[in-house]
Design a protein around this ligand. Sequence first.
Ligand SMILES: [Zn+2]
Length: 104
Amino acid sequence: MSKRPTNRLQTESEKNDIRAELLVTPLQLHEFLNAKNADVKCSFCGVGDYGIAADPTGEMAPLVSTPVPHVKGLGLWLYTAACMNCGHVVFFHAPFVASKIQGK
Ligand SMILES: [Zn+2]
């Protein structure tokens, strides 16, 4: 993988190479999900609240990806939230959520 030069401004094309899903913060994801259902409880234990972790940098919403079977190079990106009582994990389609957060 080539490394981008860091001592110059990015071109518009380079800026557009940054996927929208990578720009969502944990707070933005939290606010988006609360706007959809602020009173939701865990669907497994019925009592826990869902929490949103940050990625290892602490700056981005947690993303996981899963491959699409039988389609090389294609995967699905998902944000996660986990029950703070039992650990049940739920997923949200990252491209959809990111586009809504960014008003696209
Ligand atoms: Zn739970």
